[in-house]
Design a protein around this ligand. Structure first.
Ligand SMILES: *Cc1c(COP(=O)(O)O)cnc(C)c1O
Length: 437
């Protein structure tokens, strides 16, 4: 059938699908607005970043580097990216920064492309001990066809067994010694590992995806001064920017810088999501102003939250080390491989508290772990402090220890959250000029 020009409309079923997406998007926003977002890899972006990621930059291309482009129309973006590189160098105290990569995983793929050839050797933390999938054969390490050996793990200290890791590096002599995890409670004693690695000519790569905001805020560790040659990370976990990645280096060598830049483009990106890059640059500017306070408040809150959970009767990991020195807290809810972590995560979601189940030492199956991994960076960002951490621990206890009906607890969750609706540690609307665009 011929459609008349001007009277055309999408079929009802197609339009209703699109509207269903809008409705689900709004519902997801409500879930987090009224609930407690406590997934350790998540965060919320500032009002200014929100505006930028919805801007016209979304549809644009700028391959290459500022001043060296393959497309016209990039002058304004050159301003943004060159400012961003400088801000990243300053915020991370790094001689080299690339702000193009579209995620932490993409940063890792680019770094491994620059640092290793197929068949080369790499050492890393195993996924069972908290290493990221991109450090595994099923992820970026396998994609680059690297020969992986994993460090022995110290379950008591929740970090690589340092003597064992150094011995492994001396024995294997890997091209890349990779450090960093997704379960990241304490700074890694990096100096000794880096010394062992450099002794055998290995490049030290530190994956700071989770802890990048804590590192930049000066409250965790300073990998680029402790022997890491390259640091990768996500721009949206404890670093409170839009989704994306960073690639940083302590090297002063322009040849090495070129190698890292070309590994990102043309290595693993064509379009590198200019709206997100611009959002990262604003987040860097905001971080330069407020990041130190934000990072310190995160760690203070996670330590308060861990102690409060323990006081309620929860089994919180790493008690002997004061539970945590990062944004994360780990809790065990039953015997290993029992699936108690999965059950706990579901009950908490029913009460409006969003978390994730996690494997803990001794667990062998990712779908039936005994633990939860909790993060306080998002609650901190909306202004919650030590007192609220105690309130949140009580809400956990009501759901998980005292078997109260989750829907009952949910009312108190949303009451608590209703007082924390303003994003902090960022520029506010009155400080922002130059809209709309
Ligand atoms: C989250 C994470 C990544 C991947 O980051 P994405 O931005 O989600 O791709 C890489 N490494 C570690 C250790 C992580 O925890």
């Amino acid at each position: 059938m011929q459609r008349e020009r001007g009277s055309w409309s999408p079929s009802t079923s197609t339009l209703s699908k699109a509207n269903a997406v809008l409705a689900a998007t709004a519902a997801s926003g409500d879930l987090y607005r009224n609930g407690l977002g406590m997934i350790a890899s998540e965060n919320i972006v500032s009002p200014m970043v929100q505006k930028i990621v919805a801007s016209d930059l979304h549809g644009r291309y700028a391959e290459g580097l500022p001043g060296k482009r393959y497309y016209q129309g990039c002058n304004d973006f050159d301003t943004i990216e060159s400012m961003g590189i400088e801000l990243a160098q300053s915020v991370f105290n790094a001689p080299f920064a690339n702000i193009q990569s579209t995620s932490g995983t993409v940063s890792n793929i680019a770094a491994l492309k620059a640092l290793a050839k197929p068949g080369d050797k790499i050492t890393a933390v195993s996924t069972a001990d908290g290493g990221h999938i991109s450090h595994a054969r099923m992820g970026a390490v396998g994609l680059r066809d690297l020969d992986l050996s994993t460090y022995p793990w110290d379950e008591e200290r929740m970090e690589p067994d340092i003597d064992g890791a150094c011995a492994l590096i001396r024995e294997v002599q890997p091209e890349v010694s990779l450090i960093g995890q997704s379960v990241f409670l304490f700074p890694t004693p990096l100096r000794e590992i880096a010394d062992a690695a450099h002794e055998v000519g290995s490049t030290v790569m530190y994956d700071g995806a989770h802890v990048l905001g804590l590192i930049a805020g000066g409250v965790f560790q300073d990998p680029l001064r402790e022997g890491a040659d390259v640091m990768t990370g996500s721009s949206h976990k404890t670093f409170p920017g839009p989704q994306g990645g960073f690639l940083l280096s302590s090297s002063e060598d322009p040849k090495f810088h070129r190698k890292l830049n070309t590994a990102v483009f043309p290595g693993v990106c064509s379009s590198y999501h200019l709206h997100h890059v611009a959002g990262k640059v604003v987040a860097l500017a905001e971080f330069e102003e407020y990041g130190g306070a934000y990072a310190a408040d995160i760690v203070r809150n996670s330590q308060a939250f861990a102690s409060a959970l323990a006081a309620e009767g929860f089994d919180v990991l790493a008690e002997s080390r004061g539970y945590t020195a990062s944004h994360q807290v780990l809790t065990r809810h039953g015997t290993t491989d029992s699936g108690a972590g999965a059950k706990a995560a579901q009950l908490l979601e029913d009460a409006g508290i969003i978390t994730n189940m996690n494997m803990l030492p001794g667990d062998t199956k990712a779908m039936t772990p005994s633990g939860l991994r909790l993060g306080v960076q998002e609650l901190t960002r909306v202004g919650m402090g030590v007192l609220e951490m105690q309130e949140v621990a009580q809400l956990y206890a009501r759901v998980l220890l005292h078997s109260e009906e989750p829907s009952n607890v949910k009312k108190d969750v949303s009451n608590l959250k209703s007082n924390f609706q303003t994003i902090r540690y960022c520029f506010n609307d009155e400080q922002v000029t130059g809209y709309p665009f």
